[in-house]
Design a protein around this ligand. Structure first.
Ligand SMILES: O=C(O)CCC(=O)C(=O)O
Ligand SMILES: [Fe+2]
Length: 235
């Protein structure tokens, strides 16, 4: 008797151990149980990764207000990120004001939707992409053998879940493409997209490989919030 082989990601990277595997499995199980019962949320059609969407998570007014905040603070992404150079991520990042009551309200709503403690969440990040700008293929989880992980392990560990909200419709381009799943999500104002960076067993899931494809026409605004497996610290 032969067992059916598990499908492999189309694009594969070297295996990466996850010291936070047990905690990521527990967190993934809890989030799944919560989202499956939420009528506002739908599971996207992918077997190899857990992706969820909630339409109208933010109202049009809220989106406009958040876009204005991003415009006030936007700087080239590489100044805030480690690991991605100016070719890989060409968008502008707006580190929104974490003390602003409006920002905190949106953050609490995301925490509540997922059921992840607010202390696990990194500061929400805004992104703005002009035509031609993109965020090339990557996974949001940390490469645990890379030198930077020594620091990240001490301030919350692995990134367990990602939540993203599209703040506007984009005329052309700017989809979020999950290259190993054959799934591409066009920006749509107010839609929240969330995914588990781990597989069901808590290992790091290479099927979550994704890219913000180049904007062709229009401007794309999003906010992203990454959750760790433990309390996030400012290091
Ligand atoms: O712009 C997108 O659609 C993807 C953004 C992204 O992957 C990220 O912020 O981690
Ligand atoms: Fe990402």
């Amino acid at each position: 008797m032969s067992e059916a082989a598990a499908p492999l990601p189309l694009k594969q990277y070297p295996p990466c151990p996850n010291p936070d595997q047990a905690a990521m499995k527990r967190l993934g199980d809890a989030v799944r149980a919560r989202l499956e019962r939420d009528p506002q949320v739908e599971r996207l059609p992918a077997e190899q990764a857990e992706l969820w969407a909630a339409a109208d998570f933010m109202s049009a007014d809220e989106c406009v207000r958040m876009m204005a905040m991003i415009d006030r603070t936007a700087v080239p992404s590489q100044i805030l990120d480690h690991g991605y150079n100016e070719v890989w991520r060409t968008s502008y990042s707006g580190d929104v004001d974490i003390d602003d009551p409006f920002v905190r309200m949106i953050e609490r709503r995301i925490d509540d939707l997922l059921g992840i403690p607010g202390e696990f969440g990194e500061t929400m990040q805004g992104q703005r992409y002009a035509p031609g700008q993109e965020f090339r293929e990557h996974m949001d989880w940390f490469w645990t053998k890379a030198p930077y992980f020594k620091t990240e392990a001490k301030r919350g560990g692995q990134r367990s879940y990602t939540a993203m909200i599209y703040l506007n419709d984009v005329e052309e381009g700017g989809e979020t493409a999950f290259l190993n799943l054959g799934l591409s999500i066009p920006p749509q104002r107010g839609v929240l997209l969330a995914w588990n960076n781990g597989a069901r067993d808590g290992s790091l899931n290479q099927f979550t490989l994704h890219a913000g494809t180049p904007v062709v026409s229009g401007t794309k605004y999003i906010i992203t919030k990454w959750y760790r497996t433990r309390k996030w610290g400012h290091g």
